[in-house]
Ligand binder design. Sequence first.
Ligand SMILES: [Zn+2]
Length: 212
Amino acid sequence: MICTCDNCHYTFQSDALPLSCPDCGKETVNRRMGGRVISGPAVRIASEAEITWFEQSQKDLATEQNADSLREQMTTDEYNWSLIMEFEHQPKTKEARESTAAYLSSIRQDPDRAAELYPTIRRLFSSKVTRERGDLRTAGMSEPITKPDEIPAAYGSALRVLYSFKEDRHGLSFLLSPPNLGNIRRIDLEKIAREPSAAYTQFLPDWEKSLG
Ligand SMILES: [Zn+2]
């Protein structure tokens, strides 16, 4: 059964209703009922809506873990490229999600189309990085030389993607110099379009499905 705790709202699967919450440890909680406060067990059986939410969040987690493990199996170029692709296609509306799904499906099925479209995405991304660097200079901010765990939002979202790159095959270390347009330019798009790895081939339809 799916249980939920009214103290901390932890929702979880369990064979039986536990006496205390496995997350916060509470046994009882006070509930307001018709103007009176009644003490009762903290953990109760989840409602229909909570169960639906729980199941969806489990699915989302599985999809996310799958995407992460696929990314680890990709080549370095594919890994970096998948970050750019996701950045350039963050559909917010239903229509945009549909058009992105159709787009992913078309490049997955047609290597020629992928080889033709990828350079456009690369140009878009590179120009955003250039613009964000310009904005940083205008604001009088200097870019960190070492690769920070988390780039402040002020650095711009495209730059943050660039800083998440895996180091490229030329072994250039971000510790010596910040990643630059060369890191983007060196991604072998022809190879990704025409000879994708099994992990990249699997990544596209997974992403496509996640949009539906
Ligand atoms: Zn709890």
